[in-house]
Design a protein around this ligand. Structure first.
Ligand SMILES: Nc1ncnc2c1ncn2[C@@H]1O[C@H](COP(=O)(O)OP(=O)(O)OP(=O)(O)O)[C@@H](O)[C@H]1O
Ligand SMILES: [Mg+2]
Length: 311
């Protein structure tokens, strides 16, 4: 690990929200994260970067006590001065709902397919703010507006399967920020999305971070996204921290061989233009429509949500 950059980047200050030192995670005796240290300050984004399987997700989940019972987690971890390692099970509910918001990679598996969007956001509000009925619906509507989803009233009554991937991810973000957390953990929040939607979601996360002075732990394997969206970066390889520091410093002057190799492996330039080829698949005048759901046996009711702008 690059000592110089690590000291500079990881000396905790008064604005440090999350402080993790010497984190190790193992499953049934086999260690997958070894001696990882990082911190996240209010108003900044720290990227945890590394190839698949390097231990990014288990580190975040381990710190937040979200791993299964066969996991062993050790090391110091504190959130806004609270020692997370000594929390009782009953205290975690408050921390996770009120102080930490999670956005996961695949929103379809994180949203309950059996509940409408409004009900799912309402549940978070009921649990953590005791909001119910009209007040909860009004707040849920505001949250959908905050994440820039059009036609929020209709969306509240939509089922998750009726939304596009980008729309579902925005709903997840609305739920993650519902209780105004201090820290937002975004674990590969845009991997399943196309490049344009990816940029929009990341810009939204940055705006929300700034509006609410949140700290953000951004987990990704995409160096371009780190460059564009993070202030500091912590590079992991096979469960070990390779180096850490401000993004420009680590990317311009990598101290570890692994970071240098990772940067060298990035695709350069533009792809060669494709010459004249016969199309393999062609579609003209394609239309897609969904039948309106029936209410009762014969009566039709308006479709609850059909996004015009499918992001
Ligand atoms: N529940 C589990 N039981 C046993 N091993 C696990 C468990 N969850 C994760 N692991 C192992 O821990 C290691 C790190 O996994 P992790 O999910 O943190 O990787 P990652 O860096 O997030 O990768 P990706 O970019 O693919 O999401 C992997 O070797 C994985 O197999
Ligand atoms: Mg992961």
């Amino acid at each position: 690990m690059a000592e110089h950059s690590a000291q500079q980047a990881f000396a905790p200050s008064s604005s440090t929200l999350l402080d993790v030192k010497h984190l190790s995670v193992g499953f049934d005796g086999s260690q997958v994260v070894d001696n990882l240290s990082f911190n996240v300050k209010a108003g900044e984004t720290l990227a945890l970067v590394g190839e698949s399987g390097s231990g990014k997700s288990v580190s975040a989940l381990g710190v937040m006590n979200l791993l299964p019972d066969n996991a062993q987690v050790s090391g110091e971890r504190s959130l806004a001065g609270t020692d997370l390692a000594s929390l009782k099970r009953s205290q975690w509910k408050t921390i996770l709902g009120n102080q930490v918001g999670f956005v996961f990679q695949e929103p379809m598996t994180s949203l309950n397919p059996l509940h409408r969007v409004g009900k799912q956001i309402g549940e978070t509000l009921r649990l953590h703010q005791s909001l119910t009925g009209k007040a909860a619906r009004q707040r849920a509507r505001e949250l959908l507006e905050q994440v820039r989803l059009p036609r929020p009233d209709e969306l509240l009554d939509a089922w998750p399967h009726q939304l596009s991937g980008g729309q579902r991810q925005r709903v997840m973000i609305a739920m993650a920020i519902a209780n105004q957390p201090k820290l937002l953990i975004a674990d590969e929040p845009t991997t399943a999305l196309d490049v344009t939607v990816q940029q929009e979601i990341l810009a939204l996360l940055r705006d929300l971070r700034d509006q609410h002075s949140m700290g953000m732990l951004f987990i990704t394997h995409d160096l371009n996204l780190v460059r564009a969206h993070a202030d500091r970066v912590c590079v992991m390889y096979q469960g070990q921290q390779q180096e850490s520091g401000p993004v420009s410093q680590v990317f311009n002057h990598p101290q570890s061989d692994y970071t240098a190799a990772l940067l060298a492996a990035e695709p350069q330039g533009r792809p060669k233009p494709v010459g004249r080829v016969q199309p393999r698949l062609e579609a003209t005048r394609l239309s897609v429509a969904f039948a309106r759901p029936r209410a009762g046996l014969f009566r039709r009711q308006p479709a609850p949500f059909c996004g015009r702008r499918a992001h």
